[in-house]
Ligand binder design. Structure first.
Ligand code: GDP
Ligand code: GDP
Length: 438
C-alpha cells in the first residue's frame, strides 16, 4: 500500500517551509549511497498516530509581483490537486485574507480534494481569534489556527489531515494491476512516450473511475495484459513553462514513484546520463521500486556497433547505486523497442513478486559462507544461522546472525550477489534485514 501524499500550498511567506520543517523534524530519510535526492527538503515522511505519509512542500521561488504570485499559486495548487490525497492550504493571520487566497481556495474547492484550511502565525489565540474567523469566508471549511514557529495547534491539524486518508482497502481490484510511473528530467520525452502509447493500435486505453486520484492515471492494455500508468495527466496536459522548474519535476517524481510498482526512468540519449538523472533514479531506489532505465531518442543519435555498450557503461557508472536496473534503448518518437519496454516491464514485475523458498535460500547461503568466510572483529566471528524471505515488492530477506555489529555492509552485498547469481532479480532492488537470533 503506498503512503498517502499531503501537499502544502500557500502564498510566499505564510510559513510553508517553517511548517514543513517542523513536521519533518529529523525524519527526512537519508539513504547513504543515493546521490543528493533527500538533501533537498521538498518532501519528507511524517508519522502521526501510526499513519505515515509523504509530505511535499510545493512552494519554491518567490515571485516579486502579485500577478506572478497568483500564477505560481495556481501552479502549486494544480500540482497538489494532481498528486496529493490531502491538501494543506496555509494562510497567514498577520497578512489577513488576500485576493489570491480566495482565488486559490476556489480552485481547490472545485477539485473536490480534501482541503485543510490552516491559518498560521496565530502565536496568541486570544489576540487573533477574531481574525481567524475571517477565513471562514474562503468557503473551504473551518480554519485551523496554528503557530508553526511555536509548534502550536499542530496536533489538531494533523488529526484532521489523517482523517481524510483513503482507507487501505479502497484500491480494490485495481491493486492487482501493476502501476508504472514514467519519470525523468524535463524534455527527455516522457509526454511523447505517453502519447505514443495512447496512440498505438496495440494499446487499449481506458479511464478509471473511482477514487479521486485515478483521474490522473491511465489504464493501458498491451497484448492482453493490463498496466496502470500513473500521473499521466500532467504529462498529457499542455505544458506550462513553470512545470519545467526542477522543483516541480521532483514533486511529480516523488509522488508518482510513491504509488508505482515499477518506475521507468527516462534518459535522453543525445545528452547521455547526468547527475540529475541519478537524483531522479535515486527516488525509485530509495523506495524499493522496480527500475527500468529507458534511454530515449535512440533514433536521434549517430550510432555504431559500440554505442549501446558505451551508453550502458556510462549509465552503470553514474547509477552505480542501482546495478540491478534494467536498461532499454527506445524512441518515443518512432516507437522503436516499445514492445521490448513492455517485455521488460513484465519481467521486472515478476521479479519484484518472486518468492524464494527458505530451503533454497539456505543452500545458497551455506555455499556462500563456505566460499568466503564471514568477517570477524576482535576475535569474534560473524555467524549466520539462516535466512528467509519475508516480503515481496521489493523482495525482502531477514538474515539471522549472532551479532549484528559483525554483519558488515560488504558481506551483505556479497550474499546479495550470490542470490542474484542464482535467480533473475533483474530490475528490482533487494532488501536485507539483519537480526540477532534471540
Ligand atoms: P514560506 O515562504 O511560506 O515557506 O514561509 P516561511 O516558512 O519561509 O516563513 C516566512 C516568515 O514567517 C519567516 O520569517 C518565518 O519565521 C515566519 N513564520 C513562520 N511561521 C510563523 C509563526 O507561526 N509565527 C510567526 N510569528 N512567524 C512565523
Ligand atoms: P517531457 O518534458 O519529458 O515530457 O518531454 P517531451 O515528450 O515534451 O519531449 C521533449 C522534446 O523531445 C520534444 O520536442 C519531443 O518531440 C522530443 N522527443 C521526445 N521523444 C523523442 C524521441 O524518441 N526521438 C526524438 N528525436 N525526439 C524526441
Amino acid at each position: 500500500m503506498s503512503k498517502p501524499v499531503v501537499a502544502i500550498v500557500g502564498r510566499p511567506n505564510v510559513g510553508k517551509s517553517t511548517l514543513f520543517n517542523v513536521l519533518a523534524g529529523g525524519r527526512i530519510s537519508i539513504v547513504q549511497d543515493t546521490p543528493g535526492v533527500t538533501r533537498d527538503r521538498i518532501y519528507a515522511d511524517v508519522t502521526w498516530l501510526d499513519r505515515t505519509f509523504t509530505m511535499i512542500d510545493t512552494g519554491g521561488i518567490e515571485p516579486d509581483s502579485s500577478d506572478l504570485i497568483l500564477a505560481q499559486m495556481r501552479e502549486q495548487a494544480q500540482i497538489a490537486i494532481d498528486t496529493a490525497d490531502v491538501i494543506i492550504f496555509i494562510t497567514d493571520v498577520r497578512q489577513g485574507l488576500v485576493d489570491a487566497d480566495a482565488k486559490v481556495a476556489d480552485m481547490l474547492r472545485r477539485s473536490h480534494k480534501p482541503v485543510i484550511l490552516v491559518v498560521n502565525k496565530v502565536d496568541s489565540f486570544q489576540k487573533y481569534m477574531m481574525d481567524v474567523y475571517e477565513f471562514y469566508n474562503l468557503g473551504i471549511g473551518e480554519p485551523f489556527a496554528i503557530s508553526a514557529a511555536n509548534r502550536q495547534g499542530l496536533g489538531d491539524m494533523l488529526d484532521e489531515v489523517v482523517k481524510h486518508f483513503p482507507e487501505d482497502s479502497t484500491d480494490g481490484e485495481d491493486d492487482d494491476i501493476p502501476k508504472i510511473a514514467i519519470v525523468g528530467k524535463p524534455n527527455v520525452g516522457k509526454s511523447s512516450l505517453v502519447n505514443k502509447l495512447l496512440g498505438e493500435d496495440r494499446v487499449i486505453v481506458s479511464d478509471i473511475a473511482g477514487t479521486t486520484r485515478d483521474a490522473v492515471d491511465t489504464k493501458v492494455t498491451w497484448e492482453g495484459r493490463d498496466y496502470v500508468f500513473i500521473d499521466t495527466a500532467g504529462l498529457r496536459r499542455k505544458k506550462n513553462i513553470k512545470e519545467e522548474i526542477e522543483r516541480y519535476s521532483v514533486i511529480r517524481t516523488v509522488t508518482a514513484v510513491e504509488r508505482a510498482d515499477v518506475v521507468v526512468v527516462m534518459i535522453d540519449a543525445s545528452e547521455g546520463v547526468t547527475e540529475q538523472d541519478a537524483k531522479i533514479a535515486g527516488v525509485a531506489h530509495e523506495n524499493g521500486k522496480g527500475v527500468i532505465i529507458a534511454v530515449n531518442k535512440w533514433d536521434a543519435i549517430v550510432k555504431d556497433d559500440k554505442t549501446i555498450y558505451k551508453h550502458t557503461n556510462k549509465i552503470r557508472e553514474v547509477l552505480s547505486f542501482m546495478p540491478y536496473a534494467e536498461i532499454v534503448f527506445i524512441s518515443a518518437k518512432t516507437g522503436l523497442r516499445i514492445s521490448r519496454l513492455f517485455e521488460t516491464l513484465d519481467a521486472v514485475i515478476e521479479n519484484q513478486n518472486m518468492r524464494i523458498q527458505t530451503g533454497v535460500l539456505n543452500e545458497i547461503l551455506s555455499e556462500a559462507v563456505a566460499m568466503q568466510q564471514p568477517p570477524s572483529d576482535r576475535g569474534r566471528r560473524l555467524k549466520i544461522f539462516y535466512m528467509t524471505q519475508v516480503a515481496v515488492k521489493p523482495p525482502t530477506f531477514v538474515i539471522f546472525v549472532n551479532d549484528k555489529e559483525l554483519m558488515h555492509f560488504s558481506y551483505t552485498r556479497y550474499i546479495e550477489n550470490k542470490i542474484r547469481d542464482a535467480f533473475d532479480f533483474g530490475g528490482t532492488p533487494l532488501k536485507f534485514i539483519v537480526r540477532e537470533r534471540g
